[in-house]
Design a protein around this ligand. Structure first.
Ligand SMILES: [Zn+2]
Length: 488
């Protein structure tokens, strides 16, 4: 049976974006969606609290200014959402919700008046609903495993084995890059491109965590052109993670819409266009990063985080410094970067949120729900209100290596980080983004049990089926123009 809204004969079609009962936030003003991050946050503040300096959580406003330096997650996370509706961020990042609510209540200012800031439908967080239940049970399981006297911050942080595995990933990147520089070998440059997937894994894992705990690890992401850890905290952690697959999801819009993201191609998304985009990300990203780094240095002085955005361009300089000609250096650099993006981007960007059902054993289930993709997307029937349920139905897991618990722990984490491990347990990662990947195994059983109990359709698919499914998604869907999204 052909799922509704998709043609499988190679012709382009558009996912029917009909309004749903649950559509989450309104899309942010179009002009800001793909521009600079400051513009994006400014647009959110205007839409969500009319430019207030207060923080909104649920239907209350708070002034967290005196708490900035005491926030266990670090002051920067609070500063980023100042003036925003931080409800989803507050819920998702505090596994011990009761404790966080008690801390928050000390900074209460006033209630939000009915209709005062109307920024779209909202998720629900009922005490006996799926989200609150699964969060509480996972906290109990975690504290049971690490010891009840351990603080939640320590309980959710990386294990020593994860720290060692992360160090191994960094060492393998530096050594393969060094080998490529010294040997001038194209093969070594390509190998280094593959090791960059591990750097993604490491950077992404720590990026979501307390800035006091994560240290410099998030900057591992910066070796990849076009990715700046500081921007990624907004576009990924504070947008995509909190409203996945909704029109306000910054990241999903990047690859499913024709927004201003460096390309202004008005044509429908085509396979060639999409993969071309992936191939050109290195060049554009390196230039953008160099510009960002220089801008930060000029504006903030030597103390600002100006160096990490320059990492990709600096790698080109290091090829030259190792004695390769400029022409040869550029070739080696391009091989390294495009091997990385072509091996990684098509798989990593959309596979857990956009893959189309390739008519495997999940076809019946999906078509019964009136969907065309494994995961629920805005515009399809079956939207849900509960925050946690939404996270699960808009995400599909795959499992390759992270469940090989018979192997030594360091090896499990190393394999997981190296081989797309950051994408395993994706539903759990979406529910509890600040929980280190090394702790997923502790809460996995209680999570799956709670899904069964609440009849939340958690799904797992084979990695190959999902990669093929994303290819099919790109092949069969027209890109959705942004103006039609924001009109809905
Ligand atoms: Zn993430």
């Amino acid at each position: 049976m052909t799922p509704q809204g998709v043609t499988f004969d190679g012709g382009a079609s558009v996912i029917p974006l009909t309004p749903l009962s649950r559509t989450g936030r309104q899309a942010y003003p179009q002009g800001h969606l793909y521009s600079d991050i400051d513009g994006h946050l400014k647009a959110r503040r205007t839409a969500e609290t009319n430019g207030s300096f207060l923080w909104r959580v649920h239907d209350k406003l708070y002034d967290l200014t005196p708490y900035l330096d005491f926030h266990p997650g670090g002051r920067e996370w609070l500063e980023r959402v100042r003036g925003c509706d931080a409800t989803e961020a507050f819920e998702a990042h505090h596994l011990d919700g009761d404790k966080a609510e008690r801390a928050l209540s000390k900074f209460y200012v006033r209630e939000v008046e009915p209709g005062e800031f109307d920024c779209g439908d909202r998720f629900t967080y009922d005490a006996d609903g799926f989200w609150r239940t699964v969060r509480e049970r996972c906290l109990v399981a975690l504290k049971g495993a690490v010891g009840p006297s351990t603080s939640t911050l320590d309980a959710t942080s990386a294990t020593p084995a994860m720290q060692i595995a992360s160090g191994m990933i960094l060492a393998q990147f530096i050594s393969t890059f060094g080998l490529a520089c010294v040997s001038g070998s194209w093969l070594a440059a390509g190998g280094c491109g593959l090791t960059m997937a591990g750097m993604w894994g490491v950077g992404h894992n720590y990026l979501h965590q307390s800035e006091k705990k994560a240290g410099w690890w998030p900057y591992a992401l910066n070796v990849v052109p076009g990715i700046n850890a500081e921007e990624f905290k907004v576009t990924h952690a504070l947008s995509h993670h909190l409203v996945p697959n909704l029109k306000a999801d910054y990241e999903s819009r990047f690859y499913t819409s024709n927004g201003k993201h460096g390309f202004t191609n008005p044509e429908p998304l085509s396979l060639r266009y999409w993969y071309m985009k992936a191939a050109f990300i290195p060049i554009l990203g390196a230039f953008k990063g160099a510009g960002t780094g220089i801008k930060k240095l000029v504006a903030g002085g030597p103390g600002s985080a100006w160096l990490p955005p320059l990492f990709p361009a600096a790698q080109l300089g290091l090829y030259r410094a190792a004695g390769n000609s400029w022409r040869e250096s550029l070739k080696l650099w391009m091989i390294q970067m495009t091997v990385h993006t072509l091996a990684f981007v098509p798989f990593a960007l959309g596979v857990h949120h956009n893959a189309v059902d390739p008519n495997d054993d999940g076809a019946e289930l999906i078509s019964k729900q009136g969907r065309s993709t494994y995961s629920w997307q805005e515009g399809q029937p079956g939207g849900v209100d509960d925050f946690g349920e939404h996270q699960v139905i808009s995400t599909i897991d795959h499992s390759i290596l992270s469940r090989q618990q018979h192997l030594p722990e360091v090896l499990v984490h190393w394999l997981s980080l190296t081989c797309f491990g950051y994408l395993n347990d994706h539903a759990l990662h979406h529910l509890f983004p600040a929980l280190d990947h090394s702790k997923h195994a502790i809460v996995r059983d209680v999570f799956e049990q709670t899904c069964r109990e609440f009849k939340v359709p958690y799904q797992e698919r084979g990695a190959i089926a999902m990669a093929a499914g994303f290819h099919r998604y790109v092949q069969n869907h027209q890109v959705v123009p942004l103006h039609s999204i924001s009109k809905l």
